[in-house]
Design a protein around this ligand. Structure first.
Ligand code: SAH
Length: 267
């Protein structure tokens, strides 16, 4: 494989370590009747390993025109693959995929959290995919799985833990990529929860509430809480919420409860 010029703007760091590629595919446990979607296949290293598991169908969404040409030429021997040229974020919004798809992605770093948030907060639930197997910069993965009362805890953890079971699989050193990135990576998988304990009607409200409350990490939440609720002390009392806390001291569950209150009072 000859990599001519990797595009930084598209987060291009290609996986070159066969062991890691096989380990990633194994996590998907791809059966023969499975449909797989890959975000950003690049030169198709992971794609080929997925194809070896003989899924029913593979969709591969790639934004880089040159890579699409490369893939169409080099993967044409695979009869069950559809290479889609475009920006995954656009295709995610436009296209209806079948149910029970397994999604893989060594995500472009610059839009990895944006892609994950779109999956986590889509209106239709249960979603069309049954699991997401995604690679992130290690620091981003740490934020996704962070527990409350830790430094890494923030909006991303609150948003992602609402409807996902999240599992950390392993770290991947920068040496497994070409070009070599500055940071290590982590592989996480996400399964939509069967039962969502907190019935938030509009995911946008969770985005709003967390945006407002985390806007000032070092300060007590009282002022920001008052931006969300007119009668903020009453609401706090009903929730047994101490307004002198800082945003990272609240639990995920508390953010979901606050959002449900917010939704009931504003809509
Ligand atoms: N999966 C490959 C490539 C990972 S690099 C491997 O592991 O080797 C990330 C890939 O995502 C690149 O091929 C890049 O061109 C592609 N990409 C970047 N932004 C994208 C977007 N918005 N939609 C789809 N693909 C994108």
């Amino acid at each position: 494989m000859i990599i001519k010029k990797a595009k930084k703007s598209l987060g291009q760091n290609f996986l070159i370590d066969k062991n890691i590629i096989n380990k990633i595919v194994k996590i998907g446990d791809i059966k023969k009747d499975k449909t797989v979607l890959e975000i950003g296949p690049g030169y198709g290293n992971l794609t080929k390993a997925i194809a070896n598991m003989h899924p029913k169908k593979i969709y591969a969404v790639e934004k880089d025109k040159n890579l699409v040409i490369f893939l169409k030429k080099n993967l044409s021997f695979l009869k069950n693959i559809e290479i889609i040229e475009g920006d995954f974020m656009k295709i995610f919004k436009q296209r209806n995929f079948n149910k029970n798809i397994t999604v893989f992605g060594n995500l472009p770093y610059n839009i990895s959290t944006q892609i994950l948030a779109a999956f986590a907060l889509q209106n239709k639930w249960p979603p069309w995919y049954d699991s997401l197997i995604l690679m992130f910069q290690k620091e981003v993965a740490d934020r996704i799985i962070a527990k409350s009362k830790t430094k890494a805890y923030g909006r991303l953890a609150v948003l992602c833990n609402w409807r996902f079971e999240i599992k950390k699989h392993f770290n991947i050193t920068k040496n497994c990529f070409f070009p070599k990135p500055k940071v290590d990576s982590t592989l996480l998988s996400f399964r939509p929860k069967e039962i969502i304990q907190f019935n938030i009607k509009n995911p946008k409200n969770l985005e709003n509430v967390t945006r407002v409350l985390f806007s000032n990490r070092r300060k007590m939440i009282n002022k920001n809480f008052a931006k969300l609720f007119k009668n903020s002390t009453n609401v706090a009392e009903e929730l047994s919420l101490n307004l002198n806390n800082r945003p990272e001291q609240l639990s995920n569950e508390m953010y979901y409860k606050i959002t449900i209150k917010y939704e009931n009072l504003t809509n």
